[in-house]
Design a protein around this ligand. Structure first.
Ligand code: 6R9
Length: 679
């Protein structure tokens, strides 16, 4: 693979970049690993405004799972994300709202942002939201969702943003798990021009949950009162309510001088649900000081952020990418940030390119799945757009692969912009591995080098050095080794901790330890495998556990399987991922029915709808194959590695490896035959 010489080929970024050159990166990176406290002390002063300075920089260890940063420091999120910028540049644009309908686009200045966040905070306070309360936010990617997020920390509450496409069952599970008594939502949302019943979905989710105190409903779409019900004493029409606090209403004077809460650096800022390999979704907790610091530092470094930039990340707010790189990092850095509520093909396939030229975006950040999608339309839709404002284009969510990398680099970046492939995860809070524009090398298909404080190590399983398909459950008992050489693959871990590492899983610290920290004491297990090439650059290969990544949404196989088994006529189900040109990975379902004398087509459709209803539309399966039995070990574990081979069209049973522990080898032949029929 070719690497690029950073000089000459690119827009000249070497003037004024945050880091001067590769030498400076190397020096600072070395310091961040060898003397992390000195490194983070300096960055904490540079990026954040503290109410009370800290005396301890970090404490605790990964082995014990009790890592803390700046533990006696206090800071105020509103001051860092809003106030200090409002004071400097009140009339500059803070948020660009690119609504589903391009005609509804608008901008919000720092002054307006500060007013709205304060008003939302006064409303929350009035309703009795207290420090440590969990507030669920179920909204589209919109300014009101950002106001709600920031208002939470204003009063010391913890937000739990749920992806706006999730079903009522998914909301219910999350509200119950987090015991969230307050919900902020919209009456309806607009998605691709269609109305989405947000409030009605929330109502279905919380029916029967008597601990819910308030549901705040923002009127995203006007004049739709007949589409949903408002329960008195619980539901609040947010816009007129906010007005009462603003001017002349009943609450005009209530909490008029409410001050933003000073938070301890280790106080939780938010929780965010993500899928694991087993069991129900887990809520990962991020803290205030360490998270904000690393969000801001990585954003500044990776996107070459400068004063006056207009930065656009196309993600949904309900994803960690939305939290870190639409809201917190740009706001801490005082950067204009775009909220994209729509999809790349609505109302036209040129939507992304229109957005870039219309706002003069300097950075554009999206997922490989979106790149692959727009790629299928060729370069014709790009021909009327200059995209000349762009300096840096980014990718996140899954391996981008050489084909999409080339297309994105050439047609969007015009072979002049830096393409940063940013590798990270909900758990890391911020980017871990990425190129730095104007400073470090680019290589097609590679996330390249670690950022500050991230010490990636490829581990080799001592018991079975050849086998990279490792059984995670058994790992804790095995020996392991760090791979020192280059041109090697291994399990990707991070040695030691960094400020934005998730501190725990809500209500289940043991699961946190068992999933991430206990498998290799002293190392954080990412769940991915990676290849380090001869130049020491990292290529992420994909998940080693049972997590699927469909269009950059994570689904645990067991989460999908348990949804399908809700169907009364299913006995057993196995879900595996299959490679997919646009989605990255697609859902392939194998299912055993109780009563086989049914209309197969109808049943398959019911299963499909069930997945969409219980999880989300993104979880629509690509294929459903009905079989008599699933390949299982004697201990009852489904051998997914066999199914994975079959869905990649490898039909040679002799290449499936050791089948001796298989209870029912005959099942394999039947499955192969049924899958072959599909293609
Ligand atoms: C930010 C985010 C995390 C998983 C992660 C990995 C995959 C993310 C990637 C990437 C290759 C990249 N992933 N970025 N794989 N190259 N640049 O995606 O968080 O939703 O928690 O997913 O996504 O497999 O482990 P999250």
């Amino acid at each position: 693979m070719t690497s690029f010489d950073c000089k000459n080929k690119f827009k000249p970024l070497t003037e004024g970049t945050y880091l001067k050159n590769a030498e400076e990166y190397k020096r600072l990176y070395k310091q961040s690993i060898e003397d992390p406290n000195a490194f983070w002390y300096e960055k904490a002063q540079e990026f954040l405004t503290w109410d009370k300075s800290f005396t301890t920089i970090s404490s605790g260890t990964l082995k014990q799972g009790n890592v803390k940063y700046f533990e006696d420091g206090y800071l105020n999120v509103y001051q860092n994300c809003v106030l200090r910028h409002k004071e400097k540049k009140p009339n500059d644009v803070a948020l660009i709202y690119e609504a589903d309908d391009p005609e509804d686009a608008r901008t919000i200045t720092w002054l307006e942002l500060s007013e709205q966040v304060q008003l939302y905070a006064r409303v929350l306070k009035h309703l009795g939201v207290k420090k440590g309360d969990v507030v669920t936010i179920y909204m589209s990617t919109s300014p009101e969702a950002v106001y709600a997020m920031l208002a939470c920390s204003y009063v010391g509450a913890i937000h739990s943003v749920i992806f706006g496409g999730f079903s009522s069952e998914a909301i219910k599970a999350r509200v119950l798990d987090s015991k969230s008594r307050f919900i902020v939502t919209q009456n309806l949302a607009r998605r691709r021009g269609k109305l989405v019943p947000m409030k009605a979905t929330v109502d279905r989710a919380i029916g029967g949950l008597d601990f819910i105190r308030s549901v705040l409903v923002d009127e995203r779409v006007s004049n739709m009162k007949d589409q949903f019900e408002m329960k008195s004493n619980r539901d609040i029409d947010l816009k007129p309510f906010v007005s009462e606090f603003q001017k002349g209403g009943k609450y005009e004077n209530e909490n008029a001088d409410l001050q933003a809460m000073s938070m301890n650096a280790e106080d939780p800022l938010f929780l965010l649900y993500t899928s694991g390999s087993t069991g129900k979704p887990k809520a990962l907790i991020h803290t205030t000081g360490g998270y904000l610091l690393n969000a801001a530092l990585t954003h500044k470094t990776v996107f070459d952020i400068r004063e006056g930039d207009r930065y656009g990340c196309m993600a949904d707010l309900g994803w960690i990418t939305g939290h870190t790189y639409i809201v917190y990092a740009p706001l801490v850095n005082g950067t204009t940030t775009l909220l994209f509520e729509s999809t790349p093909d609505y109302p036209r396939i040129t939507r992304y390119w229109e957005v870039i030229d219309k706002w003069g975006l300097t950075q554009f950040y999206t997922s490989p799945t979106a790149v692959r999608f727009v790629m299928t339309y060729g370069t014709e839709p790009l021909k009327d757009f200059s995209l000349k404002s762009l300096r840096v284009i980014g990718s996140v969510g899954e391996p981008i692969g050489v084909e999409a990398w080339n297309w994105y680099f050439k047609n969007v970046g015009k072979s002049k912009c830096y393409l940063v492939d940013t590798y990270w995860m909900t758990e890391s809070g911020a980017i871990m591995i990425s190129a730095i524009p104007g400073v470090t090398t680019l290589k097609r298909g590679s996330a390249t080098l670690p950022l500050f404080g991230i010490n990636p190590q490829l581990l080799l399983n001592g018991d079975n050095p050849q086998n990279q398909e490792l059984n995670l459950e058994k790992k804790s008992k095995k020996q392991f080794l760090e791979i020192a050489e280059n041109s090697q693959s291994g399990i990707l871990t991070i040695k030691g901790h960094w400020p934005s590492i998730t501190r725990t899983i809500l209500g289940n610290h043991k699961r946190y330890l068992d999933t991430y920290l206990n498998p290799y004491p002293g190392y954080f297990l990412t769940g991915d495998s990676a290849y380090r090439d001869m130049d020491g650059l990292y290529f992420i290969k994909g998940r080693i556990d049972d997590v699927l990544n469909v269009s950059a949404h994570r689904f645990g196989t067991s989460e999908l399987e348990s949804a399908i088994t809700l169907h009364p006529n299913t006995v057993e189900v196995a879900v595996v991922g299959m490679p997919h040109k646009i989605k990255g990975e697609a859902i392939f379902v194998f299912c055993v029915l109780k009563d086989k004398r049914v209309d197969e087509k109808k049943t398959k459709n019911e299963l499909k709808v069930l997945l969409q209803k219980t999880i989300s539309k993104v979880a629509t399966p690509e294929h459903i194959v009905l079989v008599d039995s699933l390949p299982k070990t004697r201990s009852g574990k489904i051998m997914r590695r066999i199914l994975k081979k079959i869905v990649t069209k490898n039909y040679e049973i002799s290449t499936y490896g050791d089948l001796s522990t298989l209870l029912n080898p005959d099942s394999v032949k039947q499955i192969v035959q049924n899958v072959k029929k599909l293609f």
